[in-house]
Design a protein around this ligand. Structure first.
Ligand code: NAP
Length: 249
């Protein structure tokens, strides 16, 4: 991996940090979806899945992590800020010696990201952009002012990226999508936990993005995930799965 560390990067050993799994961070995938598995619309209109209570739950999950990762597609489509919103949680992190919000991480094959995207705002939070080595120089020219650009293999190696994050002190990584990113973490057996908030309606549009695309998932009918928790938040069901590792995953 190449790319200089960034001031304000997360610190190891935080009380919320969680465990390190085999030289990589604990990886928690989180998504909200419709009953039929859609995470957005296919049109310009955003799909509203979560109410205030679920957004607050996700805020608490964010506050307990060292870094939040979204794919470049989600940055382009949703333009998220990826910050902890609650002042009390921000203050709690700072009191614990952390930045007010976790570091922000993205992956991109093209490096084609807009430096004005909200992902790159907030000077006190580390921003890491992992790209294949072949586009690292160009991406650094585009984004070097606003983020640390890390060359992570060619093609990009997710395991190597996770090892690099661990070396930067990230013990607990929250992956917030989108579809392709969730697919790759799940298919490559690099997820430890999946939190799904299910909204009680259907989308029914095959052109809209689903939680995952097609893939060869280690957790199939013969290798079921562990259902660790079932909850209710307003009218949404919250499902928390633990993903045991299987041979070959
Ligand atoms: N409901 C929810 O909880 C939720 C949460 C987040 C997002 N979403 C939705 O998800 C949709 C976006 O999903 P998406 O599948 O289009 O995009 P995505 O998964 O966010 O990002 C895909 C992009 O990430 C980069 N990427 C992925 N795998 C890579 C790898 N192995 N190596 C290097 N780069 C890699 C590529 O970027 P480049 O194109 O730059 O090469 C790729 O195009 C949006 O509609 C968004 O609203 C929903």
């Amino acid at each position: 991996m190449s790319g200089s560390p960034q001031a304000g990067s997360p610190q190891a050993g935080s009380p919320q940090a969680g465990r390190l799994a085999a030289g990589r961070p604990y990886v928690l995938l989180s998504a909200a979806m419709s009953v039929d598995g859609y995470i957005d619309t296919a049109s310009a209109a955003r799909l509203v899945l979560s109410g205030e209570e679920d957004l607050d739950r996700v805020d608490a999950v964010r506050a307990g992590c060292d870094a939040i990762l979204v794919g470049a597609g989600t940055i382009r489509r949703d333009n998220p800020r990826l910050l902890v919103r609650s002042l009390a949680r921000r203050d709690g992190r700072v009191a614990g010696g952390l930045t007010a919000s976790p570091a922000k991480v993205t992956i991109s094959r093209s490096g084609e990201l807009d430096p004005a995207a909200r992902f790159f705002a907030d000077a006190d939070v580390a921003k890491l952009v992992y790209v294949p080595g072949s586009v690292a120089a160009g991406t650094r020219r585009r984004l070097g002012r606003v983020a640390t650009v890390v060359a992570a293999g060619d093609p990009l190696d997710l395991r190597g990226m996770l090892a690099d994050l661990a070396a930067r002190g990230v013990a607990r990584l929250l992956v917030e999508g989108g579809s392709l990113v969730h697919t790759q973490f799940l298919a490559s057996g690099l997820a430890d936990e999946l939190q799904l908030a299910v909204a009680p309606f259907f989308v029914g549009d095959p052109a809209a993005p689903r939680l995952v695309r097609g893939g060869d998932f280690p957790h199939d009918a013969g290798h079921r995930m562990v259902l660790a928790e079932v909850g209710q938040i307003e009218d949404m069901a919250l499902l928390r799965y633990l993903l045991r590792r299987h041979s070959g995953s």
